[in-house]
Design a protein around this ligand. Structure first.
Ligand SMILES: Nc1nc2c(ncn2[C@@H]2O[C@H](COP(=O)(O)OP(=O)(O)OP(=O)(O)O)[C@@H](O)[C@H]2O)c(=O)[nH]1
Ligand SMILES: [Mg+2]
Length: 858
């Protein structure tokens, strides 16, 4: 499955139609402009000329059968795009030759990286672009991890370019002057190389070359034998039949077979596949059987939902792009809202990010979505589907809350013949982390089943903050301790104690109100830029220095969603229609007008009885409620944070947290993407986890190195740094890369970008080690602490840093620490071992390089 992704209007659908036509699938070339596209088939899409729903089509190439999936590019529909990503084997990233890389392109690239999807690039609209391919490649290169290789180059030149990307390609080129199809396929699949083509979807230019490239170099992943599938979309056909869109990720499925899954309430279900459809745009053929790797639609299933894994599948998918706006749905004709709610509810099952909910207090329907265009589309959709006129209120922003420092929350629930006590440690996490739940409680103290139950309760509920009653986020909740009663504890007791513990912790915590931000890029004629800059400042936004191309000025930056909403119209009016604005959600930040928002919300945590922070204790045979601020004195278990006097994250948890290899791997993947070493193969989105061959499959040590600390601790590097810091950094990188390749250890080298204004931070891979530059305002220490605290105690992780840092944090977690000086000895020791090895073998050029690197450490 290949997904076509890009920002709005880049030319995705046009390219998809061209591919369909040139592969012989359709006899007529579809066109979005003539409203005859085979993909933009929905009336709303034809009316507006944008894609709203992702749609797939099968194309048969000489050697490969492919499914292509056209996705929406408008940022209001990024949820739809993101869901599609979960089933992609490759992404065809379309860049418009006229626009280049846009803010939304960056969002997409980030999502692709997180889902580890190999990227193939097609730069379209070259017929009207004035930009040079080289210039566009450079612009893209700044965003992507792998090398971008221009595949329009002649064979020999291409081989030379590929040779620079991998040793294998280099060897092949030296031997035969070409690189084999298999090797190229491998380089693409592992994300080492992103092939890039140029052309025009509209004029069918370069599209045949693209089909050839896909035919030769894409490889479908290997799948298991047992049936498994991943649901990525729910929709209805024109007859109202409920359709489950699924990618088969293992085995096969035949008509009339039963599909096993667990529904949203956790109940095991089985539903029969009465028929199987294969779609092209809005037309379908039926099939008797579908096999792993194929995309199909099963009509009639009732309890499936997007993100669901069926059959033998194990992992799950959670979308991260969250809706930031909240609207009220109004009915001008006086329909009963409650009745309407039941009817409209199917919409949120089709799009799980669209949260439709019933406000019991105000008796109204509210909905959480991405923005205005989505609201307009929904309004039309509701009219078309249900024949009901609706109006959407002015949207309001969705706030969030988090905490600033570590705090322990305690909950006790003991009415007569019930018993449960729970202690939770709440730690702030970096923005965008969401809620992380884990246990640090030994199973000797609390049975594993109770622990599981508590963790489930923590995950299942959207916990509300105490400032405005908005959902909390970016908090790591660690189960520190808990106690059950042999006879009296029931499952529900732990739910009570757990919820109360969360709220009690929040009541004690230093709370922070968060609001969503947009990343904007605004393009205006030069005479309007002053106005835009002062507007953005007034919105409490920030921006980078403007880029002036003569006719237009481009201004990029971030500002609160609450302020930027509605600015589109204003911009259009004062630029007389010439201004353009693109907005992409950028996550949450501390609220710029928190006091005002809190006052307006008028939320009183102590009066919110459904989310109480109080505990219930047993006194003389009956349950007594003890207010949250008095409850601690009555708890049966001691606090998990011993030195209560300093309620900062400096204090240590009683028991270090341990996480397993798989979780560790996930953190590394999330932070840095898949490592580009040959022993790794990029996992298909839903095939087996990262596969490693031979020795590498064993547990491997990971070393996190505080870069500048080491540079200033090692004499040779320090001297070098006095002259040229860049050189010292490069030198260290090289030494460590050699060390890593010789020892098989995994290295993360962290440099401070703390004081560099406007620096957004970066994560790259250099010669098989991971290099992180922290962003402005984040010190290397803070970054390392965060990385390490997420990893928890693990024998396989070690931090190399200065003595003081070691002393300060020694207690904080179970992670091993080595001083920069000690590490130098270690590196030298490895260099000596290496000498021995080299002495025994004939010096290969590779080894010589390794050795030279070592020598300079002396
Ligand atoms: N000149 C030129 N115009 C193109 C080309 N490709 C697409 N267009 C035009 O660009 C506009 C948008 O094209 P679409 O294919 O709908 O773009 P899209 O990326 O699918 O847009 P969304 O789905 O709304 O995100 C249409 O008017 C196309 O005719 C091209 O190669 N050259
Ligand atoms: Mg489109």
């Amino acid at each position: 499955m290949i997904g076509i992704v890009a920002h709005v209007d880049a030319g995705k659908t046009t390219l998809a139609d061209a591919m369909l036509y040139l592969s012989g699938k359709t006899r007529e070339l579809g066109s979005v402009d003539r409203r005859s596209s085979h993909f933009d088939t929905h009336i709303l899409e034809r009316k507006r000329g944008i894609t709203v729903f992702s749609k797939q089509a099968e194309i048969a190439l000489p050697h490969t059968a492919l499914t292509i999936l056209d996705t929406p590019g408008h940022s209001d529909f990024v949820g739809e795009t993101e869901r599609a990503l979960s089933v992609l084997d490759y992404a065809l990233l379309v860049i418009s030759g006229t626009d280049g890389v846009q803010a939304h392109t960056q969002t997409i690239i980030r999502l692709l990286r997180e889902h580890q999807i190999p990227i193939i690039l097609f730069v379209t609209k070259m017929d009207i672009s004035h930009r040079e391919p080289r210039e566009l490649i450079d612009e893209l290169g700044a965003e992507l991890n792998g090398e971008i290789v221009d595949f329009t180059q002649p064979q020999e030149v291409l081989a030379d370019s590929l040779a620079l990307c991998s040793e294998e390609a280099m060897e092949e080129t030296l031997e035969s002057g070409t690189v084999s199809e298999e090797t190229i396929a491998d380089l693409i699949r592992t994300g080492t190389v992103h092939p890039c083509l140029f052309g025009s979807g509209l004029h069918l230019d370069g599209v045949e070359r693209l089909l050839e490239l896909l035919d030769c170099y894409t490889r479908m992943p290997e799948y298991g034998d047992a049936f498994a599938g991943r649901v990525f979309k729910i929709s209805r056909d024109p007859k109202g039949m409920r359709l489950t869109h699924m990618k088969v990720t293992g085995g096969k499925l035949a008509v009339k077979e039963r599909i096993r899954f667990t529904d949203r309430d956790g109940t095991e279900k089985e539903e029969k596949a009465d028929s199987i459809r294969i779609y092209t745009g809005d037309r379908f053929e039926t099939a008797e059987l579908v096999r792993a790797g194929e995309i199909c639609v099963i009509p009639g299933l009732t309890d499936t939902y997007a993100g669901l894994m069926v059959g033998d599948a194990a992992d799950s998918f959670t979308a991260e792009m969250e809706s930031v706006m909240d609207y009220r749905i109004l009915f001008p004709n006086g329909e009963d809202p409650q009745q309407m709610f039941r009817m409209l509810f199917v919409l949120s099952e089709e799009d799980p990010q669209l949260r439709l909910y019933w406000d019991e207090v105000k008796k109204e329907i509210r909905i959480r979505i991405m923005g205005k265009i989505q609201a307009e589309i929904l309004r039309e959709l509701i009219l078309e589907r249900f024949g009901v006129e609706t109006e959407f209120s002015e949207g309001s922003v969705m706030y969030r809350e988090t905490i600033r420092k570590r705090v322990e929350g305690m909950g006790h629930f003991e009415p007569l013949r019930h018993y449960a006590e729970v202690h939770l440690i709440l730690d702030p996490l970096p923005p965008g982390s969401g809620i992380v739940v884990r246990s640090a409680c030994s199973e000797d103290e609390l049975d594993r089943n109770w622990q599981r139950l508590i963790l489930t309760h923590l995950r299942e509920k959207q916990h509300l903050g105490v400032l405005t009653g908005s959902p909390v986020t970016d908090i790591c909740i660690t189960l520190g301790a808990g106690r059950a009663h042999l006879k009296h504890t029931e499952g529900g007791d732990f739910r009570e104690a757990t919820y109360r513990a969360v709220r009690q912790g929040l009541m004690k915590a230093e709370n922070v109100l968060l609001e969503p931000y947009y990343r904007f890029s605004i393009r205006v004629p030069p005479d309007s830029v002053g106005r835009v800059m002062s507007d953005i400042r007034a919105m409490h936004g920030e921006f980078e220095s403007p880029e002036n191309s003569g006719t237009y000025v481009l201004l990029e930056g971030s500002a609160p969603v609450s302020e930027l909403n509605g600015y589109t119209d204003e911009l259009l009016s004062f630029t007389r229609g010439k201004g353009r604005i693109q907005l992409v959600p950028e996550g949450y930040r501390p609220c710029h007008n928190a006091q005002l928002v809190i006052e307006k919300a008028d939320y009183h945590a102590d009066r919110d009885l459904e989310n109480t922070a109080d505990s219930v204790f047993c006194s003389h045979g009956s349950g007594v409620t003890v207010p949250w601020d008095k409850a601690e004195g009555y708890m049966h278990l001691p606090s998990c944070i011993p030195d209560r006097g300093t309620p900062s994250s400096e204090s240590s948890i009683r028991r270090p947290v341990s996480i397993d290899e798989k979780e560790l791997e996930e953190i590394m993947l999330r932070e840095f993407g898949p490592i580009r070493r040959r022993e790794y193969s990029l996992p298909a989105v839903n095939a087996a986890p990262v596969k490693r061959s031979g020795h590498a499959a064993a547990k491997k040590e990971r070393i996190v190195v505080d870069g500048y600390n080491v540079i200033f601790a090692w004499r040779s590097l320090k001297e070098l740094a006095a002259d040229n810091l860049d050189l010292a950094r490069a030198e260290l990188e090289e030494i460590l890369a050699n060390y890593a390749s010789f020892t098989g250890k995994e290295l993360v080298l962290v440099f401070d970008g703390f004081r560099t204004p406007g620096n957004p931070g970066s994560r790259t891979q250099e010669h098989g080690i991971r290099v992180a530059y922290t962003k402005e305002g984040e010190t290397a220490d803070a970054y390392i602490e965060r990385l390490v605290s997420e990893m928890g105690s693990n024998r396989e992780v070690r931090v190399v840093t200065g003595d003081n840092m070691i002393r300060l944090t020694a207690l904080r977690s179970g992670v091993l620490r080595t001083s920069s000086k000690e590490f130098e000895q270690e590196v030298k020791e490895e260099a000596r071992r290496l000498e021995e090895v080299i002495g025994q073998t004939n010096r290969s050029p590779h080894m010589t390089k390794l050795k030279d690197g070592k020598n300079r450490t002396d």
